[in-house]
Ligand binder design. Structure first.
Ligand code: FES
Length: 254
């Protein structure tokens, strides 16, 4: 039986949408933030709040990989082993972590601290090989740095995402995904140099987007892509991006 406060929050989520059932995905995240997984009780509660069948809720919960039917540890550690990350070291990282933690894919350590899983491409290939902790990015890892990371998590030492906030627990992150902010949204860098390299090159060369026939005027260099100025400033200072720019310039000149 879910706590009454959780049932009230499930109703609150459903009320945010013109069609209540549109709230099912964040509702399932809320269930996970309380139960540590999608439980039969959680499915029943969502179904009752939305006025749909448990089978319909279950169909959604079993479709998406972010919903877990087995208990997740305090931290969910993902290793991208899709092709680019795999060849850049993702496979080696997973093997090392699996050996170090004594668990396989989708398994949890005996102390309940870490669940290890293979993840598919997270659209962060420019930071390969990439890992995630509770869905936050930890970029450009090695087998050694990955072991250090999980050891810190198991010891309760504070760690930060490389492009985000300090890392909380999986349940805390699940509550954020349910639509209840934790106040950490502005912690850490919003974007890194590799992701902004194209923008940096465009600004250096004075490139702008062509005007849209039915949209607002083309974005100029100072507002390109609507990126926050803080991120742009960080990008301009990034040696990596600058080096890539120079390389591209040389190739173009040739
Ligand atoms: S292949 Fe790993 S993030 Fe794309």
């Amino acid at each position: 039986m879910l706590p009454e406060t959780t049932i009230a929050e499930l109703r609150e989520i459903a009320s945010r949408y013109p069609e209540a059932r549109s709230g099912l995905l964040p509702m399932l995240h809320l269930v996970q933030s309380v139960e540590g997984r999608v439980t039969p009780e959680g499915i029943e509660a969502c179904a009752e709040v939305l006025g749909i069948s448990a089978a319909e809720v279950s169909g959604v919960a079993t479709f998406y990989t972010m919903y877990k039917r087995r208990p997740v540890g305090e931290h969910l550690v993902g290793v991208c082993t899709t092709t680019l990350c795999a060849v850049m070291g993702g496979d080696a990282i997973f093997e090392r972590l699996s050996e170090h933690l004594g668990v396989g894919n989708d398994e949890t350590t005996a102390d309940g601290r870490v669940t290890l899983e293979r993840i598919e491409c997270n659209a962060a290939c420019d930071y390969a090989p990439v890992m995630t902790v509770n869905w936050e990015f930890v970029d450009q890892q090695t087998p050694e740095s990955a072991v250090e990371l999980v050891d810190d998590l198991r010891a309760g030492r504070e760690r930060h995402s490389t492009r985000g906030p300090r890392l909380g627990t999986w349940k805390e992150t699940e509550r954020v995904l349910a639509g209840f902010p934790d106040g950490r949204a502005d912690e850490g860098p919003a974007a890194g140099a590799p992701s902004l390299a194209g923008l940096t090159i465009a600004r250096e060369r004075g490139w702008t987007a062509p005007p849209s026939p039915d949209g607002p005027a083309a974005l100029g260099p100072s507002s390109a892509a609507g990126q926050p100025e803080t991120a742009l400033a960080a990008a301009e200072e990034a040696d990596t991006a600058r080096a890539e720019s120079e390389t591209l310039q040389e190739e173009t000149d040739e």
